[in-house]
Design a protein around this ligand. Structure first.
Ligand code: COA
Length: 401
């Protein structure tokens, strides 16, 4: 395929799987467990991967899976979900990642997929390829049984502790209803459920057992681990289709006996702190990006989602990596967008990484303008652009890849 400084970039072969796993282990500094060995190729087939080869050694790797992702308004977009990006420590900073990415993004363009997404290990690498952080995750802890619910907080009930077998029949259907509402959430492959979510209940790497709580419109998956500090309940996943399910599940989780600490992650505007009498008890420990995105086709991506107000603007989008940039006339009426290339002069200039950050509604245009990353002709246009791109539902990552 492509060759740079004697390094050949080509499709991987099935029999190269072991070599790729060994490369991933040294690059990420961890051993790949049996569950991952079984799960990986079922979602990310080895033959789909690209490898960089030096002689007979694999020194670089990337793979992807085309996902269906929800956008603001409840529509979906196809997205190339990139994973396992690694370059051998012996071959770093010689342009191998760039060569792999060039081929991978060429292939994504040829397949007509309008968006690429991934979870980034470092914040400084991917802007140059047109990526921006696009989904925010907030980690928090609550002291066990310390939180009291406000008198105004309903007590909907309806939560049950279910077995692994019951969880297997109930959770995927609830998840699917949830992900249709939530920007950033992806369709979850069957192998992800079986080999990762449910398999973790049988064979836990740290010995912490996994339990399932369900409600007709939600569920929580939690681990309970004992240490010298007592018992910690870690909520691995909580999905609530309705506000009632959210409240009902949290009423159980915050009242678990013997639990010293509940640890969980959520989005920016989770109502939990406002359901309890002391919002400070929901103690935020970290706020970080959970997903990065790069728009590959501006008109296709922008017309897939809906918007919060009418707009008539020409955007100048700069794409330093591919040719997806240019001037685009964006017209929004009643939430729906029309977008096409234009020769008209721009009202607003921004990089494709910034436009990608705004895509799911989690990051605000006004913040990027304050950081000198958006240049607008006037403040009224900037305000309209900022408001239009917000979303009435927080973006969340459906499953990590
Ligand atoms: C991150 C990694 C894939 C980079 O591979 P690489 O082959 O060394 O990268 P390249 O030489 O192609 O660099 C491409 C560009 O990114 C920059 N870059 C690469 N790694 C960087 C880093 N860690 N921090 C800042 N910039 C970085 C390079 O300077 C280069 O810039 P330029 O092309 O604009 O001049 C490799 O270091 C690695 O495997 N790291 C450990 C695993 C990991 O973090 N993978 C990423 C998962 S999302």
């Amino acid at each position: 395929m492509a060759s740079t400084n004697g390094i050949v970039v080509r499709s991987a072969r099935t029999e190269e799987r072991d070599q790729i796993l060994r490369l991933s282990e040294i690059c990420f500094g961890m051993r790949v467990g049996p569950a991952d060995i079984e799960y990986g190729p079922r979602v990310f087939p080895t033959e789909r991967a690209l490898v960089a080869v030096d002689g007979d050694r694999i020194v670089g790797h990337t793979n992807d899976h085309t996902m269906t992702v929800t956008v603001p308004g409840g529509g979906t977009v196809r997205a190339c979900g990139v994973t396992s990006v690694v370059v051998a420590p012996t071959h770093r900073r010689r342009g191998i990642l760039r060569a792999l990415y060039t081929e991978q993004h060429r292939r994504t363009e040829a397949e007509g997929v309008p968006l690429t997404i991934f979870t980034a290990s470092e914040g400084t690498i991917y802007g140059r390829f047109g990526y921006g952080p696009t989904v925010v995750e907030v980690d928090f802890t609550v002291r066990g049984r310390a939180a009291e619910f406000r008198p105004s907080t309903p007590d909907p009930g309806g939560v049950q502790v279910v077995s692994l077998d019951e969880a297997k029949t109930v959770l995927p259907e609830i998840y699917d209803r949830w992900r249709r509402l939530v920007p950033g959430a992806q369709v979850r492959p069957e192998a992800r459920w079986q080999q990762r979510v449910f398999a973790d209940s049988i064979q836990t790497e740290d010995g912490a057992p996994q339990f399932f709580l369900t409600h007709p419109d939600g569920y929580a998956i939690l681990r309970r681990a004992w240490s010298d500090e007592g018992n910690t309940a870690t909520v691995r996943e909580l999905r609530a289709v309705t506000p009632e399910a959210h409240i009902a599940l949290w009423r159980v989780l915050l009242n678990l006996d013997l639990v010293k600490k509940v640890v969980a992650s959520t989005s920016d505007n989770d109502p939990l702190p406002h359901l309890v009498t002391d919002p400070r008890l929901v103690h935020v420990t970290a706020r970080h990006d959970a997903l990065w995105a790069r728009i590959m086709d501006v008109p296709a991506a922008l017309t897939a989602r809906t918007y919060q107000r009418d707009l008539d603007l020409v955007l100048a989008v700069d794409d330093p990596f591919r040719d997806a940039g240019g001037n685009f006339a964006l017209r929004i009426r009643d939430g729906l967008a029309e977008c096409e290339p234009t020769d008209r002069s721009p009202d607003l200039e921004l990089g494709i990484d910034v436009l990608s950050s705004l895509y799911f509604g989690a990051y605000r245009a006004r913040t990027f303008a304050a950081a000198n990353r958006i240049q607008a002709k006037d403040t009224a246009e900037l305000r309209a652009f900022d408001e239009a791109f917000t979303s009435d539902r927080d973006a969340e990552l459906g499953w990590f890849f």
